[in-house]
Write a protein that binds this ligand. Structure first.
Ligand code: PDD
Length: 281
């Protein structure tokens, strides 16, 4: 498939970067994953705004304008096979600080490396979505700047592998006694018909789905709040949900082998999922 690298469109297999790219050497870069439904990027403006915030944290100037980002996305969509375009795709965007002799300090005047690819996205099968998934818990051993959507993802890789080895869908992480998020998704706790999520601070990556879920809850008359959530509240929830660009909204029915609520998909999940599916149209 076609990708975009530093101003050129090339087949993905031919795209090459320097070994001195700071993304490769230091993980000195940021990224975005944007779902594309029927050829249309979903919540593109929100993803672009978060890319700006991540780049600002790294003190990298956004190398492209909104129009240029949009044009790259559309060019890759148009170059993709019609049957993939008709289904769900994932647009991956990465910006690194660029190529320089290896030194930790930020070199000035580098040209950022820009890479964009579009891949088919395997949607979560309907059977899994209706049955719900199992998760495991772990201490959040990542760093203190989890709000940056950084390509330094070793913490996420190690955390995700814990659930892989337990045969579970995600690893839900706690900082001490407090819920943070999962290895590559946000976590929502449902109690007495109300939805709560972790505060948008530096300890979590506030997903683009934060805004969507808040809006859907508002429309459905479901109370919504962001607050610190203790471990007991997670295990004692009526329902537990995950959200991300690729998972959409997904019900969690067991955590560390213990059932959550009834141990089955619940009504708040169904209401939010219905709202989400409508928002995609
Ligand atoms: N991950 N938290 C973390 C740590 C994440 O990596 C992600 C997304 C989210 C959810 O954010 P959003 O709703 O904007 O997708 C939360 C992407 C999908 C990934 O790394 O592939």
């Amino acid at each position: 498939s076609l990708c975009y690298l530093d101003g050129l469109y090339t087949p993905l297999r031919d795209a090459k970067i320097s070994v001195l790219d700071r993304g490769f050497i230091f993980g000195d870069g940021v990224y975005e994953v944007v779902p594309v439904y029927g050829g249309a990027p979903f919540c593109f403006e929100e993803h672009m705004a978060r890319l700006d915030r991540s780049l600002a944290e790294l003190r990298i100037a956004n190398p492209l304008t909104r129009e240029e980002w949009q044009a790259i996305a559309m060019r890759l969509v148009e170059a993709s096979p019609a049957e993939q375009r008709a289904a769900v795709q994932a647009l991956y965007i990465q910006v690194t600080r660029g190529v320089a002799p290896r030194e930790h300090a930020m070199p000035q005047g580098l040209v950022p490396t820009v890479f964009v690819m579009l891949n088919p996205m395997k949607p979560v099968p309907d059977a899994v979505r209706t049955k719900g998934v199992a998760c495991v818990s772990a201490q959040d051993f990542r760093w203190q700047k989890a709000h940056i959507k950084s390509t330094s993802l070793l913490g996420a890789v190690l955390a995700r592998q814990i659930s892989v080895e337990a045969g579970a869908a995600e690893t839900i992480m706690f900082r001490g006694d407090w819920l943070s998020e999962a290895s590559s998704s946000n976590v929502w706790v449902v109690k007495d018909g109300a939805v709560s999520g972790s505060p948008k601070d530096e300890l979590v990556l506030a997903g683009i789905r934060y805004g969507l879920i808040e809006r859907i809850c508002g429309e459905a008359g479901i109370p919504f709040s962001l607050r610190r959530i203790a471990r007991d509240e997670v295990f004692g929830a009526d329902e537990l949900l995950l959200s991300s660009a690729t998972k959409e909204v997904l019900p969690v029915v067991t955590l560390d082998g213990q059932p959550i609520g009834t141990g089955r998909t619940g009504p708040i999940f169904q209401a939010i999922d219905a709202g989400y599916q409508r928002a995609k149209e």
